[in-house]
Write a protein that binds this ligand. Structure first.
Ligand code: UGA
Length: 441
């Protein structure tokens, strides 16, 4: 089948590469000329395991192309995916400018029936606005050609996006036209082999499903973070509590890891956007507000622990930081807990010496050159002569360090662990003070 994808960002590239991989002819359109030139020269602008190989293979096979030309894009695909960004507005709502610009562009140019597929995470009601924008563009051009708008939210996890696309838990198709539902079912056929994972529902239900999933996961995390603070207050061990409650299959073990807060481009933005949608629809979403507030506070938790340990004397101290990315296997630092921590440390007059397996470039891009940030090439270089080690991201290579070496290199042998990577008895047996989440007063 012929597929056009507007937006060669994270979602657009993964969707394009995976749809090409199963034999579709895919064109990805992006307004960013540099990005398209890079993709056409064999480069990939984002870090996602397996994506570069998949793109290279399908380009070579002639099934995947990149272009800046919307005429070519609209002429090509029966399916016109919209996978452009929806950056949050100041009030937390999603900014639909790019989505509606693509809708207008398709409306102006189409000469035959098209299925417009909203893949970007967009608020409830967006499909209607896309349809309106297309109708307005068509009227301006004096033509009226049939189309359908489908909500088909993505559920990709950064770092596992290819796997998630190829073997999805569910494929949500929101449409009010059963015939369009069948077209999408056919497109997703290759990913829907063993069990039927396609769920066809109304457009608004599909749009809400995306936010509901992320808000539920964020709620689980904030709940556990709140509980970790209670555990500290009452002298309990949150890791024991986690295992204890996770064994109940109604609760489950997933997404109940306490830590120094959730980050990334999805949870923080989606929780705020859903809360905003609720408010503008006349409902005060108090639980979502609390999820957001608890997360905000949790991102400052490590700093409070550090400040308490050093009795406020942070001026001139150097902190080794392991992990900059908002989670392992990505270089993404959007809303990462490391950022709030570093900013608090800098404000207190401390220096940061950071190591991350892939996100150093991204940190350089965000913060530029500054005298209180040093980015080093390996984890032990970060520690040498530092006043403490702080762990913010749970990269697997941080999981089994040699604690004796850490003790020898640090000025003060103390680890602040925002991801509870270690067994406290093992760390303290090596003579290192261990401060983690939800496990000590
Ligand atoms: C999230 C969802 O997990 C995906 O299902 C969804 O498709 C995606 O958003 C999206 O909307 O595009 P992602 O943001 O890539 O995926 O990352 P997650 O693995 O969900 O992690 C988010 C944050 O939660 C990280 O900062 C992580 O450290 C934190 N987290 C996760 C915890 O603090 N505790 C946990 O138990 C799990």
């Amino acid at each position: 089948m012929d597929v056009t994808i507007f937006g060669s960002g994270y979602v657009g590239l993964v969707t394009g590469a995976c749809l090409a991989e199963v034999g579709n002819q895919v064109i990805c359109i992006d307004v960013d000329e540099d990005k398209v030139a890079m993709l056409n020269a064999g480069g990939v602008p984002i870090f996602e395991p397996g994506l570069d190989d998949l793109i290279a293979k399908n380009r070579q096979a002639g099934r995947l192309r990149f272009s800046t030309d919307p005429d070519e894009g609209v002429a090509h695909g029966l399916f016109q995916f919209i996978a452009v960004g929806t950056p949050p507005d100041e009030d937390g709502s999603a900014d639909l400018r790019h989505v509606l610009a693509v809708a207008k562009s398709i409306g102006e140019r189409m000469t035959g029936y098209r299925v417009i597929v909203d893949k970007s995470t967009v608020p409830v009601g967006t499909a209607d606005r896309v349809a309106e924008a297309m109708r307005a563009a068509q009227s301006e051009r004096g033509h009226h050609i049939d189309f359908d708008v489908v909500s088909n939210p993505e559920f990709l996890k950064e770092g596992a996006a290819i796997e998630d696309f190829m073997r999805p838990d569910r494929i949500i198709v929101g449409t009010d036209n059963p015939r369009t539902g069948e077209l999408l079912r056919a497109l997703y056929g290759p990913f829907n082999r063993n069990h039927d994972r396609v769920m066809v529902m109304g457009v608004r239900s599909a749009e809400l499903t995306k936010y509901a999933a992320n808000a539920m996961l964020a709620t689980k995390i904030s709940f556990m973070n709140e509980l970790s603070n209670i555990a500290e207050a009452v002298g309990a061990d949150i890791e024991m509590v986690r295992v204890g409650i996770g064994s109940d299959p109604r609760i489950g073990y997933q997404f109940i890891y306490p830590g120094c807060g959730y980050g990334g481009s999805c949870f923080p933005k989606d929780v705020r956007a859903l809360e905003h949608t609720a408010t503008t629809s006349g409902y005060k979403a108090e639980l979502l507000q609390a999820v957001e507030a608890v997360n905000h506070r949790q991102k400052e938790r490590l700093f409070s622990k550090i400040e308490r340990h050093f009795e406020g004397a942070l001026q001139g101290k150097t902190f080794a930081l392991w992990g900059l990315a908002f989670k392992p296997n990505t270089d993404d630092m959007r809303e990462a807990s490391s950022r709030r921590l570093m900013e608090q440390l800098w404000a207190a007059g401390a220096r940061v010496r950071a190591f991350d397996p892939v996100a150093a470039e991204e940190a350089r891009r965000i913060y530029g050159e500054r005298s209180d940030l040093e980015l080093v090439e390996n984890r032990m270089d970060a520690i040498e002569g530092a006043d403490a080690l702080v762990i913010v991201t749970e990269w697997s290579e941080f999981r089994s360090p040699n604690f004796a070496d850490i003790k020898a290199q640090l000025n003060t042998p103390v680890i602040f662990d925002g991801r509870n990577l270690f067994d406290p008895t093992q760390v303290t047996a090596a003579g290192v003070t261990y401060v983690s989440i939800g496990r000590e007063p």
